[in-house]
Design a protein around this ligand. Structure first.
Ligand SMILES: [Zn+2]
Length: 73
């Protein structure tokens, strides 16, 4: 049974048999769903600043929650 992994950059689930597995010199394994994500990683783009990544939406939700908490006080 192939293991389902998530893209290290955008957070999308990768179909088994597709995507790019990238191993750094220190041994950490990174998965990329597309060349778009791989290139963005190589360009050292911040996934938190790109609206098409899951990390961006996580951050936005966290900010929303913080704002809501502040508003309740
Ligand atoms: Zn991706």
């Amino acid at each position: 049974m192939p293991r389902r992994v998530r893209c290290s950059f955008c957070g999308a689930e990768i179909e088994p048999g597709t995507g790019i597995m990238y191993v750094k010199n220190d041994g950490t394994i990174l998965w990329f769903c597309s060349s778009k994500c791989f290139k963005s990683y190589k360009m050292r783009r911040d996934p938190k600043k790109l609206p098409w990544t899951a990390k961006y939406h996580e951050l936005m939700q966290q900010r929303k929650r913080k704002k809501a908490r502040r508003g309740a006080r």
